[in-house]
Design a protein around this ligand. Structure first.
Ligand SMILES: C[S@@+](CC[C@H](N)C(=O)[O-])C[C@H]1O[C@@H](n2cnc3c(N)ncnc32)[C@H](O)[C@@H]1O
Length: 367
């Protein structure tokens, strides 16, 4: 029987299944693939069941995984398997690989959830014996090949396992789609990892080199105690940190930072800066108006900011904010490059990166 991959498995942060489901259904319809999502709250994953044959593969080919806000990782799968025998899991998986092409790697992953954390040990333990059996059966190349399809096994709970494929060029390179970063001990707060992850996720290597240069000027709105400011100062950017709260003493002693004890919503820079970052915990509608003002008035070239999403209507709130930003830029006749992502280090918030389209094209050598 020909292989049909009609079930798209999507991993997300536990508690954000609804947003992940709504987003994929909407985006899939735009690229001509129809289906319906299935999910349970706090499970950390969504199954999107496609109506057409190989719909899951088509979605992966037609949508850039990086453009999805709430999906961390995905794979195109056959219908989930149930009743996995405890005594011969390897044999069980081998029986269900009819029609699969030769793969370059096998990944076995659990969701990033309470249930998933109990399954991670099992997933890890299963890789060596399964990989050996797959090699023997010719399903896996003798040597790891990261250009070939990735055989993906998503162990979502004791009795539901997804088997599928992920083209490594069309899926996240990080296990569970999670970029794990080491906390820099000198940084004043764990929030520092949000900005670091944002730069690593949104900016290409070329963009990082061009956009994060020593000597640049930066403003950090809602800066206290200084985790984001630390990232800017660590790259030798002269930074103005706006917050009524206190800044970390050691950070201030470094001489790169000026602390303005004031309101980020009324602060206006003396002259345009390269970066404005904003982690103010306030209503998303207020924050997006502020960000739109900074971008359209040319007060900054590049920006990374957070939108705290309310418990209810998180996806709608994100969309409304995006519309406000896009409308503001259109009115100012400004073409902008916008990316948004629910980063691993984000909690009840998402992070956006915005810059002028011409800058994005220039730093990435695009015509
Ligand atoms: C999540 S914390 C910022 C953490 C910071 N990014 C870091 O890495 O350490 C949010 C900050 O927003 C500040 N804040 C809230 N409203 C503000 C406003 N109107 N103007 C400036 N800062 C504000 C709070 O004082 C708080 O320090």
């Amino acid at each position: 029987m020909a292989l049909e991959l009609n079930h798209l498995l999507l991993l997300c942060r536990a508690g954000f299944e609804r947003e992940c489901a709504v987003e994929i259904q909407e985006r899939a319809a735009v690229v001509g693939v129809y289906g319906f999502p299935r999910f349970k709250g706090e499970s950390g994953y969504v199954e999107f069941v496609c109506q057409q044959a190989n719909g899951a593969v088509q979605i992966m080919q037609r949508i850039d995984w990086r453009s999805l806000v709430f999906t961390r990782q995905w794979a195109a799968c056959i219908a989930p398997l149930t009743d996995i025998p405890r005594n011969d899991r390897v044999g069980f998986f081998l029986q269900h690989l009819d029609g699969f092409p030769q793969c370059g790697e096998v990944w076995i992953e659990a969701a990033d959830s309470e249930v998933g954390s109990g399954l991670q040990g099992l997933c890890r333990k299963l890789v060596p014996p399964l990989a050996a059996a797959l090699r023997k059966a010719g399903v896996l190349t003798a040597k790891r090949d990261t250009h070939l399809e990735r055989l993906y096994i998503g162990w979502m709970n004791e009795s539901q396992v997804f088997i599928g494929l992920a083209d490594p060029h069309l899926a996240s390179p990080w296990p569970q789609g999670v970029m794990r970063l080491k906390f820099p001990p000198a940084a004043p707060s764990r929030s520092t990892l949000k900005l670091e992850e944002a730069w690593l996720f949104f900016l290409t290597e070329e963009a990082r080199q061009a956009m994060l240069k020593p000597g640049m000027k930066a403003v950090d709105l809602g800066a206290s105690p200084g985790g984001w400011t630390w990232q800017l100062a660590n790259r030798y950017m002269k930074t103005t940190s706006v917050d009524n709260g206190p800044m970390d003493d050691a950070l201030m002693a470094g001489g790169m930072v000026t602390h303005v004890e004031g309101d980020g919503f009324t602060y206006v820079p003396d002259r345009p800066v390269d970066w404005m970052v904003c982690d103010i915990a306030d209503k998303p509608a207020r924050v997006i108006d502020l960000m739109t003002k900074w971008i359209t008035r040319g007060w900054c070239r590049y920006t990374v900011f957070n939108l705290k999403l309310p418990m209810q209507k998180r996806y709608t709130t994100y969309q409304q904010c995006l519309e406000v930003l896009q409308a503001g830029c259109a009115e100012a006749e400004l073409n902008v490059h916008i990316e948004a992502r629910h980063l691993y280090h984000d909690r009840e918030e998402i992070t956006l990166f915005v810059c002028r389209d011409e800058d994005w094209r220039r730093v990435n050598g695009l015509s």
